[in-house]
Design a protein. Structure first.
Length: 288
């Protein structure tokens, strides 16, 4: 196995994942995203740089963090992690680190026997993994050499050339579709969906194995579910509906950021199952 050892930014490697593709998987979460979805459930992933999460309910105001770093509680914080080291109550946590392709691949290969028995593999997620396509390519190539199933979860707001580069080494694309209406997409994510939809069509035409996924968020994009289902059907690809949940509230509080969908009531399982049946879609109990 020859690895160039490209280095990139990630924020987690999660083993024994069961919601990011078939079977038991290892999911590698990349830092950095060029969408800013209002309902994002991984807000710590949006910046490429490390970020500091501060959990106020765990803080006992001992002052040790302020002693070791002058930037504690200021806008000059660089998430250096010094305060984390001295925090006795784990009220602080840094999310994000540099990692080499070699180290990531080693961690992924630890569970290769589970992949074989369950039909699982590795999933590159984020953030947006395709913004670090060279690192993606090294990982995918190496694990494909070992006969391991590969998947990429993407919002697809990248140049088509990125897909062309990774397509030969990707068994499944978990392709997020936030909506079809361009104006609403811009309002909800900060970007147009024109390139995203173009990539979906091209990827389908090139034989990419695609599972479309729609985050279903009441009051924000719920009225687009039928249009998204029709788009998936037009490409003869399956669609998975992922119900909004608000378990990311704690992360937004820890980042001292406004969570604009905080007051949204998550749809019930019964409602989502009925909607999925009506649209000929797959219901995902894991949500988004």
């Amino acid at each position: 196995m020859c690895v160039d050892n490209t280095e990139g930014n990630i924020f987690d490697i999660q083993r024994f994942s069961i919601h990011d593709g078939p079977g038991i998987r290892t999911t590698v979460f990349f830092k950095g995203c060029n969408l800013k979805c209002l309902w994002c459930h991984n807000p710590e992933s949006q910046r490429f740089q490390p970020v500091l999460l501060y959990y106020r309910d765990k803080c006992v105001s001992c002052g040790e963090c302020a002693k070791i770093c002058a930037n504690t509680f200021t806008e000059s914080c660089t998430a250096c992690g010094k305060c984390v080291e001295v925090c006795q109550n784990k009220a602080r946590r840094v999310s994000g680190r540099k990692e080499t392709a070699e180290n990531i691949i080693k961690q992924v290969l630890k569970d290769k026997e589970y992949y074989k028995t369950s039909g699982g593999g590795v999933t590159l997620s984020g953030g947006e993994p395709l913004l670090q396509s060279d690192l993606c390519l090294e990982i995918l190539k190496a694990v494909k050499e070992k006969g391991i199933h590969t998947a990429i979860e993407t919002a697809a707001n990248v140049k088509w050339e990125v897909f062309e580069k990774l397509l030969p080494y990707t068994d499944l694309f978990l392709f997020d579709i936030k909506g079809i209406d361009e104006e609403n997409h811009l309002k909800n994510t900060g970007v147009s969906n024109k390139l995203i939809l173009e990539n979906a069509v091209k990827l389908s035409q090139k034989g990419g194995n695609i599972l479309f996924r729609m985050p279903y968020v009441p009051e924000f994009n719920d009225f687009e579910a039928e249009a998204v289902a029709d788009f998936a059907k037009s490409l003869n690809k399956p669609l998975e509906l992922m119900a909004y949940h608000n378990i990311a509230v704690g992360k937004y509080d820890a980042l001292n950021r406004l969570y604009k969908t905080r007051e949204v009531t998550p749809p019930s399982k019964e409602f989502m199952k009925a909607l999925a049946e009506k649209l000929g879609a797959i219901y995902s109990p894991s949500g988004v």
